[in-house]
Design a protein around this ligand. Structure first.
Ligand SMILES: C[S@@+](CC[C@H](N)C(=O)[O-])C[C@H]1O[C@@H](n2cnc3c(N)ncnc32)[C@H](O)[C@@H]1O
Length: 367
């Protein structure tokens, strides 16, 4: 979008090259031109598709997970049921519909949605009454707006949208990767900062071996994700509760870069068309677990999404739907199960991590 590119060029002229995190934040969340502010990116007509949009089974199983975990917490009432980045509201709608089997749970729930996009908030407003939710959910700009109280939190493909910083080891030491205007004055390009005294982040945010890393090594760190995992960990440790984070990413903190852009269901150059392509980076689950654990919480997993869903009963749910399906619907249900759980599809790349209060036993799917 020309408007965002112009804005970025002016900002770079004023402040110098931007960190990758600032660039990513502007591209995704600029109040006027940000990617998520002016479009619904989901579905066949958009740029990508997510698990809840593939099949109702995903949200239903997560709704049952929430109801069971609520019971294990001692059935607190009220309990804040929070979703970070609910997209079209499909996951929450499917989860609430499935949770009707436990009416005491539904009666205890206060739904809170953390969403910055006005357009997607409107989609969520339409989706939830259709699912039978009584009363209006509350919307918040960030997790810190969610009121105090016991917590059940869901985040699917949210953490991968949080801005990352990148550092590269040169002969003279670590330098930060920055985004500058290209030599022709139009496009954007990566440049490196002057050498730094060290990577300017807390040691527990970094992969092991940073000091001895060879020249050319790259590290990618998401300070916003680490701060959020710490805040969630602190909340469940203090007030009780559990969080389920599902995203694509790696189990151990490691060197390497994963920032990518997607547009129209295909990869796109990261610095082209800011505001017009989705930007994401793999989630470092080990870093999230360290941050939440450091705040006093317990963590379980990550477990591969396929294994997690099968343990929750994906097979039985698919069989239940197949019993009433037409031949076309049956083919769709089987294909959805493969896409969600197959190791060549989302089943192994996506992972689930649980963050709970200190005294909790492993939640369903993490035993
Ligand atoms: C990739 S979509 C995932 C949507 C949904 N969870 C799903 O699985 O279909 C990311 C969601 O997070 C929201 N989002 C992205 N960055 C955000 C931020 N910094 N704060 C709050 N919401 C954000 C987007 O508007 C969108 O609803």
């Amino acid at each position: 979008m020309a408007g965002l590119a112009d804005h970025l060029r002016r900002r770079i002229a004023r402040e110098g090259p931007l960190t990758v995190a600032r660039y990513m934040e502007e591209a995704l969340s600029h109040p006027r031109y940000g990617y998520y502010r002016h479009r619904d990116p989901l579905g066949a007509a958009g740029d990508f598709i997510t698990a809840p949009e593939i099949s109702q089974m995903f949200g239903e199983l997560i709704g049952l997970w929430c109801a069971v975990v609520w019971g294990a917490l001692g059935s607190p009432a009220p309990v804040n049921l929070v979703e970070l980045g609910p997209g079209r509201g499909t996951l929450m709608a499917d989860a609430l519909r499935a949770a009707r089997r436990t009416p005491q749970f539904l009666a205890a729930v206060a739904v809170h949605l953390v969403e910055t996009s006005p357009l997607l908030r409107a989609r969520q407003r339409d989706a939830l009454p259709a699912a039978g939710l009584e009363g209006t959910p509350a919307w918040h700009e960030g997790f810190d707006g969610v009121p105090e109280g016991p917590l059940l939190l869901i985040a699917n493909e949210f953490f991968d949208a949080l801005p990352v910083r990148q550092f590269q080891r040169s002969r003279e030491g670590w330098r930060e990767r920055l985004v500058d205007v290209g030599p022709e004055g139009d496009g954007f390009r990566f440049v490196l900062s002057p050498p730094l005294a060290g990577v300017p982040l807390a040691a527990d945010a970094l992969p092991p071996g940073v000091d001895g890393a060879p020249e050319g090594s790259v590290i990618e760190v998401c300070p916003a994700a680490i701060a959020l995992a710490r805040a969630i960990g602190e909340r469940v440790a203090r007030r009780g509760g559990a969080a389920l984070i599902v995203d694509y990413g790696h189990t151990e903190s490691a060197f390497g870069e994963t920032l990518q852009a997607v547009k129209g269901h295909a990869f796109h150059p990261v610095l082209s068309d800011p505001g017009e392509a989705d930007l994401t980076a793999h989630v470092d689950f080990a870093a999230l677990a360290r941050a939440a654990g450091g705040a006093g919480a317990r963590t379980f997993g990550p477990v591969d999404q396929g294994e997690f869903l099968e343990r929750l009963g994906l097979g039985a749910r698919a069989e239940g739907l197949l019993a009433k399906a037409t031949p076309e619907q049956a083919a769709e249900i089987r294909a959805a199960r493969r896409r969600l759980a197959g190791r060549k599809h989302m089943g192994a790349l996506f992972k689930a991590l649980a963050i709970t209060g200190a005294g909790m036993a492993p939640p369903p799917g993490f035993e």
